[in-house]
Design a protein around this ligand. Sequence first.
Ligand code: NAD
Length: 264
Amino acid sequence: SGGLMAGKRGLIMGVANNRSIAWGIAKAVRDAGAELALTYQGDALKKRVEPLAAELGALVAGHCDVTDPSTIDAVFGEIERAWGGLDFLVHAIAFSDKDELTGRYVDTTAENFARTMQISVYSLTAVVQRAEKLMTKGGSVLTLTYYGAEKVMPHYNVMGVAKSALEASVRYLAADLGPNGIRVNAISAGPIKTLAASGIGDFRYILKWNEYNAPLRRTVTIEEVGDAGLYFLSDLSRSVTGEIHHVDSGYHVVGMKAVDAPDI
Ligand code: NAD
């Protein structure tokens, strides 16, 4: 098709099901004409991702667990064989032990801290290392972050520390890869009920709080994040890199409870 993304090929990592933010982005860029490849994490998610890939006419680039570098190499090997190059990459991957996404940050264990950082932060750099070699005509990389990187949010804990490091990684990667025409940006999404979010304590309360207090008085959808993703992955954002862009109904500008917010 002749859309904004016509002629562009991209790898989308982080689709778990049809509620995933990565799925919202995949649909938006596919509708605009992109050709896609998806990865899945393990056999349980393979069964969910394969029919979703079929729905978009996407290549299934295989299993990828970012804690096992050989699986990352296998995926990029598959992309190189199939396409010989890459125009964009979506990184929508994060993990922390849910026992530590509640209570106090100070109680974080060294083991879960390291694992959270490896999966949620280092993995962006790991995939960008491989993508750079395939983005010979320039490219666009997009990751997902959250306001808990900037301000303390209840229960977000070690994931907030990880998202701060992820946002710093976006800036360093943007500086390194800019000379090659490769852009690196992040969308800071408002809370959305996904599989990953279900691990966060009191998530329903967080959703309500955002709905009552965000300037637009509603939460955001994966379709809305997808449309912002389309901007970052297309040439519309061709002079934008190193940016953290909030898609959160404006929540991040608010300093206090709204006067009309009900008590919850
Ligand atoms: P999701 O559960 O649909 O997606 C998370 C993905 O991470 C899954 O596909 C999972 O397979 C993948 N993943 C976890 N560990 C992995 C590993 N070791 N190797 C490879 N993949 C692994 O949830 P989501 O909310 O769509 O999360 C996508 C991104 O969006 C995450 O970075 C998350 O932190 C971020 N985000 C989510 C929200 C929200 O409220 N849902 C808000 C802001 C940012």
